[in-house]
Design a protein around this ligand. Structure first.
Ligand code: GUN
Length: 290
């Protein structure tokens, strides 16, 4: 039976550390860090994530606002909003909630951010800094995953980490992070064309599922004793639930927990860590600006 990694409790620790950091910063006479979140359109999941991010910021003493725009906003108008936020000395961090509506080119929008305000770590400058082991912002979900491993005393040195999914938000930056000398993992990144996927997964000491497919990871893909990190947050329609749906991960949790050494639940695993690391990055951004 696996040890359940309590992401909510670990995120609460990180958030309280950030709260202390913010308190010291403001006690030294600085304005509180300020996070601007850009939300375009009316995707209910995005709106809910953004509410969570702003509420957590406020709890930590970070100021912030959600800038909401109609789905029809033009790329030019959005780029001009970003320019204003880049130029404003009051704004420490800027986050563009993804996905954006189809007519907006998200890579062009992200490229317009000042990399030193890119608290989500998605700008190519920050991606480059990550792969070259330079100081920069690391995307919040991968940063949260390594923090979960570290604070749960799960070793990474010499361990085989298998990552399912090669996204720019999770899979690729996580691979770069785990390769750092600080973690020294041996990393395999799998995707839709990987051959013999169950076999590869069974060699994982740390298996990270970030593909967005409900219960894709089954018991036969798990090495007994492995640490299973489930990044998936999938909505499953179910009229029996109050909201008409429930949330579940990429891992068949009930089967996996019988075999694994450690496992993250969904919800309450990786999700809260993503928010905690955003707060940490925002505090860092405020310090960078001075
Ligand atoms: N959409 C889903 N997860 C994320 C995230 O971590 N950052 C942003 N900007 N958008 C997201």
């Amino acid at each position: 039976m696996a040890t359940i990694i309590d992401g909510k409790a670990i995120a609460a620790e990180v958030r309280s550390e950030v709260r202390e950091d913010v308190a010291k910063w403001t006690a030294d006479g600085h304005a509180p860090p300020y996070l601007a979140v850009i939300l375009v359109g009316d995707n209910p999941a995005s709106a809910s994530y953004v509410r969570g991010k702003i509420k957590a910021s406020q709890d930590a003493g970070i100021a912030g606002d959600t800038l909401k725009f109609d789905a029809s906003i033009s790329e030019k108008a959005l780029l001009s909003v970003i320019q204003d936020l880049n130029d404003s000395p009051h704004v420490s961090g800027i986050l563009v909630q993804l996905p954006l509506p189809g007519h907006l080119d998200s890579s062009r929008i992200i490229a317009a951010l000042n990399p030193d305000k890119d608290v989500d770590g998605l700008h190519t400058v920050n991606a480059g800094r990550l792969v070259t082991d330079s100081q920069g912002f690391v995307p919040c979900t991968p940063a949260g995953i390594v923090e979960l491993l570290r604070r749960s005393n799960i070793p990474t040195e010499g361990q085989h980490a298998v990552i399912l999914g090669r996204s720019h938000l999770v899979g690729r930056p996580l691979a770069s992070l785990l390769l750092r000398k600080q973690y020294n993992a041996t990393v395999t990144v799998c995707h839709s064309r990987t051959k013999n996927l169950p076999e590869v997964c069974r060699t994982a000491d740390i298996l990270v599922a970030a593909i967005g497919r409900t219960h894709f990871v089954s018991a036969d893909m798990i090495k007994p004793g492995a640490a299973i990190i489930d990044v998936g947050i999938n909505r499953v329609e179910d009229p029996k639930h109050k909201r008409g749906y429930y949330l579940t991960g990429d891992v068949d949790y009930n089967a996996a927990k019988e075999l694994a050494g450690y496992i993250t639940p969904v919800p309450g695993g990786v999700g809260p860590m993503t928010i905690a690391m955003l707060l940490k990055n925002t505090m860092t951004a405020a310090k960078l600006l001075g």
